[in-house]
Design a protein around this ligand. Structure first.
Ligand code: RB5
Length: 153
């Protein structure tokens, strides 16, 4: 499994911390930004989300709140980007939603919390293969079907 990380200027410092503290458990490939110079989050979200889709990888996106990154990333086919902000949402995003991108807000959680919940997110498996997880797989199938067919005549 490949792991990517990206941020805008608001998330830059937290992105750097996450890369440092998650290594060597998780090697996060950094797609930028590389400074605190103001940057528009959609560009980074689209770039990272495309990689996640094409390489069947997982990703972390950091902005001020996590919200803008998740809105933008979810425009890409096959992306399930979830704003996570505590241990429970990190775990549920994987177990129930099979989220492939976690979006974090550098302005609303501490570094310590961000490191902890990112580890939970990256190490938790989707429950879909289990007996009780079948209903979660079915719901994700419904989302995929909508994604494929909703705008077709
Ligand atoms: C940048 O100021 C901020 O709006 C951005 O990082 C993010 O929080 C958007 O959702």
């Amino acid at each position: 499994m490949k792991y990517y990380i990206g941020s805008d200027h608001a998330g830059f410092a937290l992105k750097e911390k996450l890369r440092e503290y998650l290594k060597p458990e998780f090697e996060l490939i950094d797609i930028g930004v590389f400074s605190e110079e103001r940057a528009d989050y959609p560009k980074i979200a689209f770039e990272l989300a495309k990689k996640i889709y094409l390489e069947n990888a997982m990703g972390i996106l950091v902005c001020g709140t996590g919200i803008g990154m998740s809105i933008a990333a979810n425009k890409i086919k096959g992306i399930r980007a979830a704003v996570i902000y505590d241990e429970f949402t990190a775990q549920m995003a994987r177990e129930h939603n099979n989220a492939n991108i976690a979006c974090l807000g550098a302005r609303n959680i501490t570094e310590e919390k961000a490191i902890k919940i990112t580890k939970i997110f990256l190490s938790t498996k989707f429950s879909g293969e289990t007996e009780t997880g079948k209903r979660h797989s079915e719901r994700i199938r419904q989302i995929k079907e909508f994604e494929e067919n909703a705008l077709k005549k």
